[in-house]
Design a protein around this ligand. Structure first.
Ligand SMILES: Nc1ncnc2c1ncn2[C@@H]1O[C@H](COP(=O)(O)OP(=O)(O)OP(=O)(O)O)[C@@H](O)[C@H]1O
Length: 360
């Protein structure tokens, strides 16, 4: 018989905890996933050192089950959630956990406009576009926030060069960071480096709710716009986001390639169903200018996104070149848009276009 959740839970129940009870009776297990001998779950709901101390015995108990190939137990960084916990108030809130009841989408305090940046396919440059557009808008005089909601692969701390853990003086409010003139918060800043995030459903809703409403977005002044860097695809995060807050618009990033465009169409369809207006499409990695000979090549095709935008009757916001300097700048934590040169200019034009539309 294939190993299932019940067998895993009963193995976990067999591990007695020092304070009495077990992880199941004390409701410390979240997001349990059991598939083909691979078991993963999150331990949450008690102090982090306490959870870390229980981890080896829990792993051993699960490993002893027949047919186990691997066991991953994730303990989120930081102390448990909940008011009145002094340890928490000293160290700051943990991210994740179940969402608090909320009646419909709510406005994020201190934020005028919220724009989500999405893509159908991964790796098309959505995070690169988000960070550079944020910097370009800030350079154009706007107050800009950037929320990295790419829960499974947060890259903004690296791209924006901000890796400090955000402070939380009262254990509830999270103070965002500031980098290159942009107010920044990323789920990645609240997790230990290399820690895998395997949240689903309720845990994810809770984390997003915290990112939107516990972060003091107007810490450096009220924001004209909050850009949200979404994970690729059409999953839980996009859905949760539209349930928690009202998106004023969504920008779709795609490469000109047919396969990326197909996925982009799915993302557009999803935003339409979620009643988030599509601001327009951006073509990234559009042309490649050889730094040696100046020859212009179209590695992923060219013009496909503009044509698709026309077909879908959506605005085409602009084309951004494939440029080694863009990647190097992102990897070094100084977005290309913060400097001078053609790539920075492309982003400045993009930012001006959005401002001219009266969106920001
Ligand atoms: N215009 C560009 N020129 C050169 N490199 C680029 C460009 N856009 C993105 N890249 C590089 O491509 C890689 C993927 O980009 P990025 O992480 O922004 O994509 P993504 O769509 O957000 O990916 P994911 O789906 O993994 O979050 C990065 O190394 C980035 O530096």
């Amino acid at each position: 018989m294939a190993l299932g959740k019940e067998e895993v839970l009963s193995a976990l129940q067999g591990v007695a905890l020092p304070g009495g009870g077990d992880v199941v009776s004390r409701d410390l297990v979240r997001a349990l996933a059991v598939q083909d001998g691979t078991v993963r779950f999150v331990l949450e709901g008690a102090a982090q050192p306490e959870l870390e101390a229980m981890r080896p015995a829990l792993e051993a108990a699960v490993r002893a089950l027949p047919g186990i190939i691997s066991v991953t137990v994730v303990v989120p960084a930081g102390p448990p959630r909940g008011l009145g916990n002094t340890a928490q108030q000293q160290k700051g809130p943990a991210i994740g956990g179940h969402a608090k009841p909320q009646s419909g989408p709510q406005k994020v305090p201190g934020v005028k406009t919220i724009l989500a940046i999405g893509s159908g396919k991964g790796g098309v440059g959505k995070s690169t576009v988000s960070s550079n557009l944020a910097v370009a808008l800030a350079r154009a005089g706007k107050k800009v926030g950037l929320l990295d909601a790419d829960i499974y692969g947060p890259s903004q701390p690296r791209m924006m060069g901000a890796t400090k853990r955000p402070a939380s003086p009262d254990g509830q409010t999270i103070l965002p960071l500031q980098a290159h003139g942009v107010t920044l918060m990323s789920i990645g800043l609240m997790l230990k480096e290399d820690e895998a995030v395997i949240w689903r459903g309720p845990m994810l809703m809770g984390a997003l709710q915290q990112m939107l409403f516990q972060v003091k977005w107007d810490e450096y002044g009220p924001l004209d716009v909050l850009l949200i860097d979404l994970p690729p695809g059409t999953g839980d995060v996009q859905l949760s986001l539209c349930q928690k807050t009202t998106l004023d618009g969504a920008i779709i990033v795609s490469t000109p390639q047919d396969v990326a465009l197909l996925d982009a169409k799915k993302a557009i369809d999803m935003f339409r169903r979620l009643k988030a207006p599509i601001v327009g499409l951006i073509e990234n990695m559009s042309t490649y200018i050889c730094p040696n000979c100046g020859h212009e090549a179209h590695l992923f095709g060219h013009g496909g996104v503009a044509a698709e935008a026309a077909r879908l009757d959506l605005p085409f916001l602009g084309a951004l070149p494939l440029d080694l300097e863009v990647r190097l700048a992102g990897d070094s934590g100084t977005p290309i848009a913060s400097g001078e040169g053609p790539a920075a200019q492309s982003y400045a034009v993009l930012a001006q276009g959005l401002i001219a539309q009266g969106l920001i």
